[in-house]
Design a protein around this ligand. Structure first.
Ligand SMILES: Cc1cc2nc3c(=O)[nH]c(=O)nc-3n(C[C@H](O)[C@H](O)[C@H](O)COP(=O)(O)OP(=O)(O)OC[C@H]3O[C@@H](n4cnc5c(N)ncnc54)[C@H](O)[C@@H]3O)c2cc1C
Length: 279
């Protein structure tokens, strides 16, 4: 049976009209959860006499026990989102319901053989699909992981590059201390470089999956350029999160290279891609 627990919305950071960071503080402590899991939020709808629920990836790491951090996009088109409109109507201090964290979009620590999975982790998030990778990154940093982590974030505009400061700091620390201590890279892509608001953007342009597209004048993709070698299932694992279009865009590049998803494992149980689709 689903248990709806009570929490307070303790903080709302409105990044823009339809994008915000929320802190959900349970009446009791944040329970144990794994990086990559989602929280189900519930809002009581008086007209329907019931609680309406929707899932949100947890951006905070499990070591942070005061509140859950979530990044939520208010759906305005093609029609007003049913759940997100209610959530964006809330104020700091208001109550909200939550169901305990769930989901299997977690870090693959071991291969089926029992050996540790030491492959590079390429974490690709479209829009709010970045959320679980903030939890991954902060968790891996806290446990002193030596795995190579590459975070690729796709947003339409520069003001939607949530966590840019945090991720840049994590990369700077990696450059300062050396890859043997903390091996972290972060790159973002802007989907609407022609817009006025993005005129100062000098980074990657286009959909986030184009980080995997070989450049016309070279044989290697921007991702391979960044990591300094050809991407193969032996050296790299992918974690993809966001709306299905972004996920399909990445799969179009990596499936022909021999990568397989956890939904389509090899006979020996190995796979190279984990997916969290928002719809
Ligand atoms: C495991 C999981 C984790 C999720 N994590 C997050 C998260 O961290 N942050 C977050 O913002 N959302 C996340 N979502 C999506 C979230 O659960 C809701 O589906 C979303 O917020 C829309 O809710 P709504 O009721 O307001 O919109 P709805 O009433 O469901 O949708 C209104 C209309 O908009 C369309 N629509 C909805 N969303 C989009 C979109 N993004 N782009 C284009 N069309 C859309 C629908 O098809 C529908 O026509 C996650 C979903 C899943 C399954």
């Amino acid at each position: 049976m689903v248990v709806d627990n009570k929490a307070t919305i303790s903080y709302i950071n409105l990044i823009k009209e339809d994008l915000a960071v929320f802190h959900i503080t349970p009446k009791n402590q944040v329970p144990d959860f794994k990086p990559g899991q989602f929280l189900t939020l519930g809002v009581f709808v008086p007209d329907e006499g019931k609680i309406d629920r929707s899932a949100y990836s947890i951006a905070s790491p499990p070591q942070q026990r005061k509140y859950f951090e979530l990044i939520i996009r208010w759906i305005k088109r093609p029609i007003l989102g049913k759940r997100t409109t209610q959530i964006f109507d809330k104020k700091e201090g208001d109550d909200i319901f939550w169901v305990k964290p769930a989901g299997t979009f977690t870090i693959n620590e071991k291969m089926p053989s029992g050996a540790p999975d030491v492959r590079r982790m390429v974490l690709i998030g479209g829009d709010t699909g970045l959320a679980p990778f903030i939890s991954y990154s902060l968790y891996l940093k806290a446990i002193g992981s030596k795995r190579e982590i590459v975070v690729l974030h796709g947003a339409e505009n520069m003001d939607e590059l949530i966590y840019r400061d945090l991720l840049t700091k994590l990369e700077d620390e990696s450059l300062d201390k050396g890859k043997d201590t903390w091996n972290f890279r972060y790159r973002a892509s802007i989907g609407r470089p022609q817009e006025w608001i993005n005129r100062s953007w000098s980074g990657h342009k286009g959909k986030v999956e184009t980080f995997l597209k070989p450049e016309s004048n070279r044989d290697i993709s921007p991702l391979e350029d960044l990591v300094g070698e050809t991407i193969t299932p032996e050296n790299t694992s992918f974690y993809l999160c966001g709306w299905q279009d972004t996920i399909n865009g990445v799969l179009d590049f990596v499936i022909p290279k021999g990568f397989v998803t956890d939904r389509n494992k090899r006979k020996d149980g190995t796979f190279d891609i984990k997916i969290e689709s928002y719809g």
